[in-house]
Design a protein around this ligand. Structure first.
Ligand code: DX5
Ligand code: ZN
Length: 218
């Protein structure tokens, strides 16, 4: 199984993104959390910062929108040339239409579900997406503990994807570290976001390799 590790710069030093990004050489992507203080009770940054990150980043950017007005903003992020734009299903009436627009603008499209949002409600739209993001914590903050019930949801999502013979990536985000990444990989996740469990260590690449090895061995 191919495993992708995506360090989340939510846990990096916000005043030094350039030097923080330069410490990462072994990841597949860089995960970028956009929060608007409405969809989630926290605020990060917007388009102008992502435009600059796009110039600086040694790895492709995986943008995770935790904002209300995705129909207004998601395509603007895709137009920056980022690798992927993931928006929350809870934030739009028509996820498949928005997926088409993101892909037409040149990025991969992802759909994210909060822990309490039933995955079966969206399974029939998964064929329109390149990646499905199952949140393993309530979105908004780094450093939280994984919600155990979400492991079963990852398993359910894997079954729904396999039943449709889809190669859509199954991404997980929140509370992921060495203590649980193998269980999530066993449940069917293949793409792993990790903020605090990577950035709290001085040698980020060593941590990325440990996480990757644990997921691959699962
Ligand atoms: C949380 C964000 C995550 C966050 C994860 O809402 O979507 O990407 O950075 O942080 P950790 O890995 O510390 O839980
Ligand atoms: Zn995220």
């Amino acid at each position: 199984m191919s495993v992708r590790i995506c360090p989340s710069i939510l846990s990096a030093d916000f005043a030094n993104f350039e030097s923080e990004l330069a410490t990462i050489t072994d990841s597949d992507l860089i995960h970028v959390d956009i929060m608007d203080n409405h969809f989630v009770p926290n605020l990060t940054f917007g388009l102008a910062t992502v435009a600059r990150l796009q110039q600086l980043s040694p790895k492709p950017l995986d943008v995770h929108l935790m904002i209300e007005n995705v129909d207004r903003w998601a395509v603007e992020y895709a137009k920056l040339g980022v690798f992927s734009v993931t928006f929350h299903a809870e934030a739009t009436e028509n996820p498949t239409e928005l997926a088409k627009l993101i892909k037409a603008a040149g990025s991969r499209a992802g759909i994210a579900l909060k822990p309490k949002t039933p995955v079966a409600n969206y399974a029939d739209s998964f064929s329109q997406f390149d990646q499905v993001l199952i949140m393993t914590v309530e979105p908004g903050f780094g450093g939280q503990s994984l919600i155990e019930a979400t492991v079963q949801k990852v398993r359910d999502t894997r079954e729904l994807l396999d039943a449709r013979a889809l190669s859509t990536w199954l991404q997980v985000d929140g509370g992921i570290g060495l203590e649980n990444i193998a269980r999530l990989a066993n449940a069917g996740a293949d793409t792993f976001v990790a903020g605090s469990s990577i950035f709290s260590h001085l040698d980020r690449n060593a941590q990325i390799e440990l996480l990757r090895a644990a997921a691959q061995a699962a």
